[in-house]
Design a protein around this ligand. Sequence first.
Ligand code: PGA
Length: 242
Amino acid sequence: MVEIKNFNKIIVANWKLNGSTSFVKDYIKGLDYNPNNSPSNCLIICPPVTYINQFINSDYLIGAQDCSIFKEGAYTGEISSKMLSDIGCNFCIIGHSERRALFNDIEINIKQKIENCFNDHIIPILCVGENLMQRKQGLTKDIIKDQLNLGLPKKFKSDQIILAYEPLWAIGTGIIPKTEEIHEIISFIKNDILNEKDYKILYGGSVKAENYKQILDLDDVDGLLIGGASVNIDEFNKILKF
Ligand code: PGA
């Protein structure tokens, strides 16, 4: 398993449903980032599963965007954490808000997927966050607390998992919370929910070249989960100066 505790900052590129064979080739050629030159930082690329094999002999760490609740068997269309591990994947995004909203990813399944990842030596990247209505009602902390209480397995260590705070209203909208709010929520997760500072917690939602630094520099923010800007190579290269 990749040792995440020694990383200072972690950047995760979530490609979502984007990419092609030629795009991957151009992306690998165009990425202005050499992991060997910045061993204290970490870049994890999460392309669609069909393109993972194109990264296998590259220097980059690779993640998937979801995995099955099942381990094997008659489950047409599913991909297990064991299969992801088998093809060299070290990470897997779990519980992304798009999976929760569009594919009925509920807490009991999220918990099972995380357990599967643990068993197969994959580090899950668990996403949590409130929607706009919940935010307006002042429920942000309650929602996140519930998502973590219901979604996390009982026993695990801080170096087995990465968390990402992604307010739904910030994803793909170009709107981001105030930096104080990001700091407050991430500190709340570390200090009041998990009671441990050592957890790696990322922020995600409309991170761009123009705003990434102010978020990444925040105390307690261990990195960024980036969607749209991670498939725009020029934009992403600016962020990779981190
Ligand atoms: P965005 O997506 O950067 O395009 O807002 C982030 C995410 O969904 O993980």
